[in-house]
Design a protein around this ligand. Structure first.
Ligand SMILES: [Zn+2]
Length: 308
């Protein structure tokens, strides 16, 4: 009897340790770091000739329902909404896009995908065809799917700036996939740390969540600044509390470089304190988008510009 009790205690302790390691432990590694040179981003944002974007608009296409415990290590299991957005940069005579959300066949309604707005997805698909550039923050299908599954993907290629690293990791895009041969002759974007994409728009390599993850710095014509984080962090709380996703998500579900993401969370946390005027836009945070909408940094609903 005493032996059985000892076994139960040992087993409980082992299970507790496993739960702590995979679901709770979110300690920031002491040496986690990510260099981010804001002066360089500002310089690059003014390096291409032409007018800066005057506003950023967005469409919410779908939303996941994730347990909080998947979003930040150690949080509770109550579900939180993870809205999926695409963004449209408005220039005087043209538009650009950041991310493409996902198509209906990629967002099959189930208990984790309770919401899909087909009309919004239609507006994103139309805006992609009119855009003069399309940046995708990372490979995952809730960001790349609207492009990869677009019925006229070939017509998007002149504007599409998929990076070399993103193109080299198609399995990270699954279940989104482009039809065989779609990218024949396509020349992806290739850069080291940061690259000017268009006036006011700079891509910043941030590998970690996926190999091809990048952030997008945007400076508007009136001087206001935004930093689109992709899924470096899903929610503002990840940065505010410097709390990564738990290991059962990063190691088992995503295959993420936790150490790299921790460095990015630390740097973004410091940036928020040092440069609060640069408004950070996490990948799936409806509260932040609502706040930035109220403050006039973001505007709901895509529009057409000129004859485009
Ligand atoms: Zn995402």
């Amino acid at each position: 009897m005493r032996k059985l009790a000892a076994w139960i205690v040992c087993l409980t302790a082992a299970l507790g340790m496993l739960y702590w390691w995979y679901a709770v432990d979110g300690r920031m590694p002491a040496d986690a770091d990510f260099p981010l040179d804001i002066a360089e981003l500002r310089r690059l944002s003014g390096s291409l000739p032409g007018d800066l974007p005057r506003e950023v608009r967005y469409e919410k296409v779908t939303a996941f329902a994730f347990p909080g415990a998947m979003i930040a290590a150690g949080d509770g299991w109550a579900t939180q909404e993870m809205p999926v957005y695409a963004y449209q940069l408005i220039y005087p005579d043209r538009t650009g896009m950041i991310d493409s959300a996902m198509t209906r066949d990629l967002a099959k309604p189930d208990f984790m995908v309770p919401y899909f707005d087909s009309a919004a997805q239609g507006r994103v698909a139309a805006a992609l065809e009119r855009a003069s550039f399309i940046l995708i923050t990372h490979e995952h299908s809730d960001h790349s799917g609207g492009v990869l599954q677009h019925p006229r993907l070939r017509a998007l290629l002149p504007a599409l700036r998929l990076t070399r690293v993103q193109m080299d990791h198609p399995h990270y895009m699954e279940p989104a996939a482009a039809p065989e041969g779609s990218f024949a002759g396509y020349r992806p974007l290739s850069y080291e740390r940061a690259a000017a994409i268009a006036p006011g728009v700079v891509a910043v390599a941030a590998p970690g969540h996926t190999p091809g993850s990048q952030m997008v710095y945007v400076r508007l014509a009136d001087g206001r600044e935004l930093l689109f984080l992709g899924d470096v962090s899903w929610k503002h709380g990840n940065i505010e509390r410097q709390r990564e996703r738990p290991r059962f998500v990063t190691d088992w579900l995503i295959g993420e470089d936790r150490h790299a993401v921790f460095g990015q969370l630390r740097t973004l946390h410091q940036l928020a304190q040092r440069e609060p005027a640069i408004r950070q836009v996490p990948g799936h945070d409806g509260d932040v988008v609502a706040e930035l909408t109220a403050a006039g940094f973001l505007t709901p609903g895509f529009i057409r510009i000129g004859n485009q």
